[in-house]
Write a protein that binds this ligand. Sequence first.
Ligand code: NAP
Length: 288
Amino acid sequence: MKVAFIGLGVMGYPMAGHLKNAGMEVCVFNRTTEKAERWCEQYKGDMALSPKAAAEGCAVVLSCVGNDEDVRQVILGDEGALAGMATGSILVDHTTASASLAREINKVAGDLGIGFLDAPVSGGQAGAENAALTVMVGGSQQDYGVAKPVIDAYSKFSKLLGPSGSGQLAKMVNQICIAGIVQGLAEGLSFASKVGLDGEALIETISKGAAGSWQMDNRYKTMLADEYEFGFAVDWMRKDLGIAIEEAKNNGAQLPVATLVDSFYAEVQAMGGGRWDTSSLLARYSRN
Ligand code: NAP
């Protein structure tokens, strides 16, 4: 099968590599050409100089760029992927973006006879490198059925959650849940330090009970060391919470904690921590 991958960032670069390793014919596009050249050298694939050119002749086209505006450029622009895609092909966008944009693209693609799936991912850089991502999908069962074997090349789990936009809505829930959990962990560790509890012994104990979480298991060591260079960046988290908070204005959902935590992340950015990982909520206490 011939596929295209647009956006060779921290996530897209290894994701596209897994497609090539799975035996697919892969053509990549990246805005910064050197990265595409490096990818081609490493994986022995092809590259194109526009999303449109990369998408030509492909059964499935995948993208993973930054935000809504970036998705508009690589998908809807004159040189965007849709301009090169044939009727009957399928576009899968792995960017974390708004549900309204997903529905808009679905409409434009549908009018051209092209399938569209919004399919944001969870699992971070390690998940992308180890082909262990979780993929939240919105779109039709038929398109998902065709794209799933491609998505399987870099994921450990994917699920169709409803019509167009549902993948993005699920990712918003994912980020809302993470925000509250990380803030709780930061407050707990700050409290522990104030009262002189041994952090290692404390986590060894409470992680076995109802307070345990992925964040606790994977981030407590670096948080105790006041180090924040280990994963999903604060700048990205603010983008994602902004999307969720905006969506909540439309659907009437209450997000008091996510909104507060978003303001805490703004403080972390003001401390110079835009590229720190999301557990840096603790730095608001440890470094102030
Ligand atoms: P990244 O490393 O910053 O890469 C972004 C990619 O998009 C780069 O290839 C960049 O090209 C390209 N791009 C951005 N704007 C563009 C534009 N206007 N036109 C063309 N190409 C453009 O980002 P990432 O970490 O891979 O994240 C990608 C998406 O996945 C984001 O939506 C993010 O929220 C989501 N995500 C990330 C993680 C994570 O842990 N990193 C986890 C889950 C979800 P250049 O190389 O030219 O800059």
